[in-house]
Design a protein around this ligand. Structure first.
Ligand code: NAP
Ligand code: GLV
Length: 309
């Protein structure tokens, strides 16, 4: 029995050290050069495996994602039909809440506007607003969305959120389902997307959604690039429906050199860095899942492939 680690984005040495600290007898193999006998591999810990790769391990029993979003795995039609677990971890959750708070504050305090005015050499006064008078709305109230909502609420923002099923969160106005989307949007001044990418949510950030926001709203997309229709965003920025955007995720990553977004005056581009899990924090949960799988039980935080997340 061996664990296969497959990720070109995550720090393999830190993961090896953290997992061995939790499970000293773990046989830790690394894709692509230290796989050994493929028949030994029973659990795979992965981020963006090349399509078809995981079907090469005949004794694989479960796939553990290094990311919270499993859209790329679910979209891979060659993925073996095995239990698939999402990453749920306090460091990942905390880092996302930090990013969302920083981005929301940047828009709230008009720093995006002042950065733009500074580049044009203009001293333009804009009267600030109290945090308690600013409404932030979060699309997606799952593990990350509900933690971000709590962090923004505790900071003093008015917070509301939207999810598929009904939710009750202390101090957060909760909306659900397509029938409540427009009420949710109608007073959202800073909109944060923390949805998973599914057939239902692809392209959700589009002209018709922007039109339902108050004019001059701001967008923070930390979900997936394909939630956003980029052309609709540029149009909404040009016609003043949106004042600014913070984008961490893109349809094509890295963002192509030719993308207009690089030079869009009111867009901040960050290279998919909003949140990662720290192996020191996440290793215990991964080891628990390895033990569950080896005991013939389903791992924690199972993704529902039919639902898409
Ligand atoms: P999660 O716990 O599965 O939560 C997903 C939320 O979205 C749930 O509240 C769900 O509603 C809601 N939702 C799903 N489909 C919906 C629909 N059709 N209509 C309305 N609401 C819908 O996921 P998570 O752990 O919070 O992660 C969310 C996403 O963040 C990931 O999928 C990933 O794309 C992204 N992410 C990005 C980064 C980054 O660095 N940029 C890092 C980590 C994650 P229910 O509660 O009713 O199910
Ligand atoms: C990162 O994007 C993740 O899904 O964890």
């Amino acid at each position: 029995m061996a664990l296969l680690f497959l990720s070109e984005a995550d720090p393999v040495d830190q993961w090896r050290e953290a997992l061995l600290a939790e499970m000293p007898d773990l046989d830790f193999r690394v894709w692509p050069d230290q796989i050994g006998n493929p028949l030994d591999i029973d659990v795979a810990l992965v981020w963006l495996p090349p399509p078809g790769e995981l079907s090469k391990f005949a004794n694989l029993k479960a796939i553990l994602s290094l990311g919270a979003g499993v859209d790329a795995l679910i979209e891979d039609c060659t993925l073996p039909n095995l239990p698939l677990a999402r990453m749920v971890d306090p460091s990942l959750t905390r880092m996302m809440a930090d990013y969302v708070l920083a981005a929301a504050l940047r828009h709230h305090r008009n720093l995006d506007f002042f950065e733009h005015e500074q580049r044009s050499g203009r001293w333009t006064f804009k009267f600030p607003k109290l945090v308690g008078d600013r409404t932030v709305g979060i699309l997606g109230l799952g593990v990350l969305g509900s933690a971000a909502a709590a962090c923004l609420r505790d900071f003093g923002f008015k917070v509301q959120g939207w999810s598929r099923s009904e939710k009750i969160l202390d101090g957060v106005a909760c909306f659900h389902g397509s029938t409540q989307l427009h009420s949710f949007l109608s007073n959202t001044e800073i909109l944060i997307c923390l949805l998973p990418l599914t057939q239902d949510t692809e392209g959700v950030l589009n002209t018709s959604l922007f039109a339902a926001l108050p004019s001059n709203a701001c967008l923070i997309n930390v979900g997936r690039g394909r939630h956003l229709v980029e052309g609709d965003l540029i149009e909404a920025l040009e016609n003043g429906q949106l004042a600014a955007a913070t984008l961490d995720v893109f349809e094509t990553e890295p963002l192509p050199k030719a993308s207009r977004l690089w030079n869009e005056p009111r867009v901040l581009v960050t290279p998919h860095v909003a949140s990662y899990c720290d192996p020191r924090s996440a290793a215990a949960g991964v080891v628990e899942n390895i033990r569950l799988v080896r005991a013939g039980r389903p791992p924690n935080h199972l993704a529902d492939r039919a639902r898409g997340y």
